[in-house]
Design a protein around this ligand. Sequence first.
Ligand code: RRO
Length: 310
Amino acid sequence: MRLATRACGTEFQNPVVLAAGTCGFGMELEDVVDLETLGAFITKSVTLEPRRGNPAPRVAEFGGGMLNSVGLANPGLELVRREKLPWIARNVRRARVFVSVAGHTVHEFFELVEGLDGVDGFLGFEVNLSCPNDARRGGPSFALDPDALTEIVSGCRERTDRPLVAKLAPDDPDLPATVRRAVDAGADALTLVNTLPGILLRADTGRPELGAGAGGMSGPALRPVGLRAVRAGRSTTDVPIFGAGGVLGPDDAVAYARAGANLVQLGTATFASPRAGPHLASGLERWGRRHAVGSWDDLIGVGVATGAAP
Ligand code: RRO
């Protein structure tokens, strides 16, 4: 099966993308994973200042996947400009790279885009509008605040010609309206979806399992949520969609393609096995041979009609 696919004005050698927060800035994984076998990877979300993140434990497992509250731990804009992106520029050729940016305020997004736009090493920005763990901001994420979302995406659009991918939230009561807003404001593509807010409590004490209390849920339990969001997104817009939520193997990736995803992001799967990305790419080739499908693109949005997208 031909895996190469086009989106955001460029070709991705395959549709497998490591999700933000699962691969650092690439260099952290270089001894374990051949990054050049991936379609793309997305950096950890960058904030203006360095952030140490939330108290441990930051991740907890449960039957359906995992819960995290990393709390945006990252080295901050300056070090990303000075060290992380130059490393990527020197070492990554075939995989596409997006830098995830996360402001605590609308204007911080603008400063991040302005501060990074002139640096080499990456294709575009993933605008993280949906972090569930931003204690400094509190309240619902930007993706659930329509005016803030429009302001952020349109303000970033004015500041860069690079592709902008808006990462939206899974707990959006009207995702089609949010998708329309993001695209109207200038998003070139969408990531559907971020993790779902949740909490795990210890049976013996009733205390939260994570140091920060609540967190974002990911893994197989998120897959039906992600698939529903991608389906709803695809029936609303033609822009490329990165499907995310519970992708483990080829069947999951193909289900996302059928829902309308152009590419798929892996997150939780890479924590269990750092080579999950390359394995998925080779697994997709085998899937195509077994099912006599010539091209990944032939699968996108092509499913058996069993009911309208909600
Ligand atoms: O750092 C985090 O705790 C985090 C972020 Br920024 C995000 O977007 N999604 C998530 O599950 N965790």
